[in-house]
Design a binder for this molecule. Structure first.
Ligand SMILES: *Cc1c(COP(=O)(O)O)cnc(C)c1O
Length: 232
């Protein structure tokens, strides 16, 4: 029987090998995407060593967090953000990967409790044009980054992207390269960044070759998602 533990070991080994041959020589962190998975599946993954988990839907995440308060989990919010949800997100997560407009960043900044570390954030960039509406266009990226850097309760760490789904390796590579170019352009402008959140179950080795420092993996770790995504 394949367990979460087996799959975790396999993913970590795959990450290791991809990292070993990456020209960027970066450290890669595994973010376990637990959307639509039960609290007990998260607990099982934690028990075998996984400490960072990503969630897309606020209410579902809050319910799971409430069931897992005994575990020192690092929670990442990776889903679309409505402006009326910024307060609980700022209170209940260490990281947010999916900032795509200034209003959301400002609201998260205002709502981040002062007794917590600054919220660690990534800007979501849209490199697949028509196919996805989420994410800032590469053209507007530098100006959004400049505004975010001035917000004291946020710490800008880098970029996140969800390329258009494709099984064409060349196309996956091309999209990751575009994200990488956006990232390099910000570095050239003087931004201090260390995070490139790209790569999911089907394409994380390719993402690592293009410099990913966080891979967000759901189904390859937990198996197919069992619960419908009802708690949006
Ligand atoms: C669901 C999801 C993932 C993980 O997808 P898998 O293909 O199951 O690995 C990663 N990132 C985001 C933003 C997601 O919504």
């Amino acid at each position: 029987m394949t367990t979460i533990s087996n799959r975790l070991q396999h993913i970590l080994a795959t990450i290791q090998s991809a990292q070993a041959i990456s020209k960027y020589q970066q450290q890669v962190k595994l973010l376990a995407v637990s959307k639509a998975q039960s609290a007990s599946a998260v607990r099982e993954a934690f028990t075998v060593g996984q400490t960072s988990f990503g969630e897309n839907y606020l209410q579902e995440a809050l319910d799971k967090q409430a069931a897992l308060t005994d575990l020192p989990i690092e929670w990442h919010f990776i889903g679309p953000i409505q402006s009326n949800k910024t307060q609980p997100i700022a209170q209940h997560f260490s990281w947010v990967h999916s900032i795509d407009r200034l209003k959301i960043a400002q609201r998260l900044n205002e709502a981040r409790p002062t007794d917590l570390a600054p919220l660690q954030v990534c800007i979501q960039v849209n490199v697949s044009n028509e196919s996805s509406k989420s994410g800032v266009s590469p053209h507007d990226l530098a100006s959004l980054a400049t505004s975010i850097v001035s917000l004291p309760r946020l710490k800008l760490r880098g970029l996140m992207a969800i390329p258009a789904p494709t099984h064409d390796i060349n196309q996956q590579q091309a999209q990751f390269k575009q994200v990488r170019q956006c990232y390099d352009a910000l570095l050239t402008k003087g931004f201090t960044l260390d995070t490139l959140s790209i790569g999911m179950s089907d394409d994380y080795t390719i993402a690592i070759a293009e410099g990913a420092t966080i891979v967000r993996i759901g189904s390859a770790l937990f198996g197919a998602r069992p619960l419908p995504n009802i708690s949006r």
